[in-house]
Design a protein around this ligand. Structure first.
Ligand code: ZN
Length: 192
Protein backbone atom coordinates (compact mmCIF):
# COMPACT_ATOMS: atom_id res chain seq x y z
CA UNK A 1 0.00 0.00 0.00
CA UNK A 2 1.40 3.40 -1.00
CA UNK A 3 1.64 5.93 1.82
CA UNK A 4 2.15 9.69 1.94
CA UNK A 5 2.44 12.22 4.75
CA UNK A 6 -0.82 13.98 5.54
CA UNK A 7 -0.48 17.72 4.85
CA UNK A 8 -2.66 18.56 7.81
CA UNK A 9 -1.28 16.44 10.64
CA UNK A 10 1.98 15.13 9.16
CA UNK A 11 1.13 11.46 9.84
CA UNK A 12 1.93 8.87 7.16
CA UNK A 13 -1.33 7.62 5.68
CA UNK A 14 -2.36 5.24 2.89
CA UNK A 15 -2.96 7.11 -0.36
CA UNK A 16 -6.72 7.11 -0.98
CA UNK A 17 -7.95 7.25 -4.57
CA UNK A 18 -11.37 8.51 -3.54
CA UNK A 19 -11.30 10.37 -0.19
CA UNK A 20 -14.97 11.35 -0.42
CA UNK A 21 -16.10 7.76 -0.88
CA UNK A 22 -14.03 6.81 2.17
CA UNK A 23 -15.44 9.73 4.17
CA UNK A 24 -19.00 8.80 3.22
CA UNK A 25 -18.54 5.23 4.50
CA UNK A 26 -17.59 6.19 8.08
CA UNK A 27 -21.02 6.93 9.64
CA UNK A 28 -22.32 3.47 8.70
CA UNK A 29 -19.16 1.89 10.03
CA UNK A 30 -19.55 3.69 13.38
CA UNK A 31 -23.14 2.50 13.71
CA UNK A 32 -21.99 -1.08 13.17
CA UNK A 33 -19.22 -0.63 15.75
CA UNK A 34 -21.53 0.59 18.55
CA UNK A 35 -24.25 -1.99 17.87
CA UNK A 36 -24.87 -4.34 20.81
CA UNK A 37 -22.83 -2.34 23.34
CA UNK A 38 -24.39 -1.25 26.64
CA UNK A 39 -24.13 2.33 27.90
CA UNK A 40 -21.62 1.17 30.51
CA UNK A 41 -19.50 -0.41 27.76
CA UNK A 42 -19.74 2.72 25.62
CA UNK A 43 -18.53 4.82 28.55
CA UNK A 44 -15.71 2.43 29.50
CA UNK A 45 -12.29 4.08 29.33
CA UNK A 46 -9.64 1.56 28.25
CA UNK A 47 -7.01 3.24 30.47
CA UNK A 48 -6.83 6.34 32.67
CA UNK A 49 -6.85 9.42 30.45
CA UNK A 50 -7.90 7.44 27.34
CA UNK A 51 -11.19 8.17 25.65
CA UNK A 52 -14.15 5.80 25.77
CA UNK A 53 -16.05 4.85 22.59
CA UNK A 54 -18.65 7.46 23.58
CA UNK A 55 -16.00 10.20 23.83
CA UNK A 56 -14.38 9.15 20.53
CA UNK A 57 -17.72 9.50 18.74
CA UNK A 58 -18.40 12.93 20.29
CA UNK A 59 -14.90 13.91 19.12
CA UNK A 60 -15.54 12.73 15.56
CA UNK A 61 -18.84 14.64 15.52
CA UNK A 62 -17.06 17.82 16.68
CA UNK A 63 -14.24 17.41 14.15
CA UNK A 64 -16.93 17.35 11.49
CA UNK A 65 -18.28 20.66 12.82
CA UNK A 66 -14.79 22.20 12.67
CA UNK A 67 -14.22 20.84 9.16
CA UNK A 68 -17.63 22.06 8.01
CA UNK A 69 -16.62 25.59 9.02
CA UNK A 70 -13.17 25.27 7.42
CA UNK A 71 -14.46 23.99 4.07
CA UNK A 72 -17.06 26.76 3.89
CA UNK A 73 -14.64 29.56 4.82
CA UNK A 74 -11.94 28.48 2.37
CA UNK A 75 -14.33 27.74 -0.49
CA UNK A 76 -15.97 31.17 -0.35
CA UNK A 77 -13.42 33.62 1.13
CA UNK A 78 -9.86 34.69 0.28
CA UNK A 79 -6.82 34.74 2.58
CA UNK A 80 -8.49 32.64 5.26
CA UNK A 81 -6.49 31.88 8.40
CA UNK A 82 -7.17 28.51 10.07
CA UNK A 83 -6.58 28.10 13.78
CA UNK A 84 -5.89 24.95 15.78
CA UNK A 85 -8.21 23.75 18.53
CA UNK A 86 -7.50 21.63 21.60
CA UNK A 87 -9.41 18.33 21.39
CA UNK A 88 -8.86 17.39 25.05
CA UNK A 89 -10.13 20.74 26.25
CA UNK A 90 -13.18 20.37 24.00
CA UNK A 91 -13.84 16.88 25.43
CA UNK A 92 -13.64 18.16 29.02
CA UNK A 93 -15.17 21.60 28.46
CA UNK A 94 -18.12 20.23 26.45
CA UNK A 95 -18.79 17.36 28.88
CA UNK A 96 -18.53 14.64 26.24
CA UNK A 97 -19.32 11.91 28.78
CA UNK A 98 -22.69 13.54 29.54
CA UNK A 99 -23.61 14.20 25.92
CA UNK A 100 -26.29 12.26 24.05
CA UNK A 101 -24.51 9.65 21.93
CA UNK A 102 -27.48 9.16 19.58
CA UNK A 103 -27.47 12.87 18.80
CA UNK A 104 -23.71 12.83 18.21
CA UNK A 105 -24.04 9.87 15.81
CA UNK A 106 -26.96 11.48 13.99
CA UNK A 107 -25.20 14.84 13.72
CA UNK A 108 -22.03 13.17 12.44
CA UNK A 109 -24.02 11.23 9.84
CA UNK A 110 -25.96 14.21 8.51
CA UNK A 111 -23.13 16.76 8.62
CA UNK A 112 -20.68 14.32 7.01
CA UNK A 113 -23.19 13.67 4.22
CA UNK A 114 -23.65 17.39 3.68
CA UNK A 115 -19.88 18.09 3.72
CA UNK A 116 -19.22 15.30 1.23
CA UNK A 117 -21.98 16.67 -1.01
CA UNK A 118 -20.48 20.16 -0.79
CA UNK A 119 -17.00 18.90 -1.65
CA UNK A 120 -18.45 17.01 -4.64
CA UNK A 121 -20.34 20.01 -5.95
CA UNK A 122 -17.39 22.47 -5.84
CA UNK A 123 -15.20 20.19 -7.97
CA UNK A 124 -11.50 20.60 -8.78
CA UNK A 125 -11.60 24.39 -8.69
CA UNK A 126 -12.92 24.34 -5.14
CA UNK A 127 -10.43 21.68 -4.06
CA UNK A 128 -7.53 23.85 -5.26
CA UNK A 129 -8.48 26.84 -3.08
CA UNK A 130 -6.08 27.43 -0.20
CA UNK A 131 -5.89 28.88 3.31
CA UNK A 132 -3.09 29.35 5.84
CA UNK A 133 -3.12 27.18 8.93
CA UNK A 134 -1.37 28.61 11.99
CA UNK A 135 0.66 25.40 12.45
CA UNK A 136 0.67 23.58 9.11
CA UNK A 137 1.00 26.52 6.73
CA UNK A 138 -0.61 26.63 3.30
CA UNK A 139 -3.33 24.01 2.87
CA UNK A 140 -5.73 23.37 0.02
CA UNK A 141 -9.34 22.27 0.45
CA UNK A 142 -8.29 18.94 -1.09
CA UNK A 143 -5.63 18.47 1.58
CA UNK A 144 -8.05 19.39 4.36
CA UNK A 145 -10.59 16.92 2.92
CA UNK A 146 -8.05 14.07 2.84
CA UNK A 147 -7.13 14.19 6.54
CA UNK A 148 -10.51 12.86 7.80
CA UNK A 149 -9.96 9.61 5.88
CA UNK A 150 -7.14 8.40 8.10
CA UNK A 151 -8.45 10.29 11.15
CA UNK A 152 -11.70 8.25 10.84
CA UNK A 153 -9.77 5.03 10.24
CA UNK A 154 -7.48 5.57 13.25
CA UNK A 155 -10.43 6.11 15.58
CA UNK A 156 -12.47 3.27 14.09
CA UNK A 157 -9.51 0.96 14.77
CA UNK A 158 -9.34 2.30 18.34
CA UNK A 159 -13.07 1.59 18.82
CA UNK A 160 -12.58 -1.92 17.44
CA UNK A 161 -9.79 -2.57 19.94
CA UNK A 162 -11.91 -1.36 22.89
CA UNK A 163 -14.89 -3.36 21.60
CA UNK A 164 -12.84 -6.52 21.36
CA UNK A 165 -11.71 -6.23 24.99
CA UNK A 166 -15.27 -5.45 26.17
CA UNK A 167 -16.79 -8.35 24.24
CA UNK A 168 -14.15 -10.68 25.68
CA UNK A 169 -15.31 -9.72 29.19
CA UNK A 170 -19.03 -10.41 28.66
CA UNK A 171 -20.70 -13.28 30.54
CA UNK A 172 -20.42 -16.49 28.60
CA UNK A 173 -16.92 -15.61 27.45
CA UNK A 174 -13.79 -16.56 29.34
CA UNK A 175 -13.99 -13.57 31.72
CA UNK A 176 -16.96 -11.39 32.51
CA UNK A 177 -17.12 -7.74 33.55
CA UNK A 178 -18.24 -8.90 37.00
CA UNK A 179 -15.27 -11.20 37.41
CA UNK A 180 -12.42 -8.75 37.20
CA UNK A 181 -8.94 -9.65 38.30
CA UNK A 182 -7.90 -8.22 41.72
CA UNK A 183 -5.72 -5.57 40.01
CA UNK A 184 -8.61 -4.50 37.73
CA UNK A 185 -10.88 -4.26 40.81
CA UNK A 186 -8.33 -1.97 42.47
CA UNK A 187 -8.17 0.26 39.36
CA UNK A 188 -11.97 0.40 39.15
CA UNK A 189 -12.23 1.26 42.84
CA UNK A 190 -9.57 3.98 42.59
CA UNK A 191 -11.48 5.61 39.71
CA UNK A 192 -14.57 5.66 41.92
ZN1 ZN B 1 -3.87 13.85 8.86
Amino acid sequence: MRTAHCSLCGKPQPVTANPLKAQAATPGKLLRLVRGLSWAQLLHRPAPGKWSIHEIICHLADVEVANAWRYRKVLAEDEVGLTAWDQDRWAAGHQYRRQDLRLALEQFRSLRARNVALLRVVGRKGWARTATHQTFGRLSVGQIATHPVHHDADYAAQIERIRKVLKGREPGTRRSAGLRTPSERRVAASRG
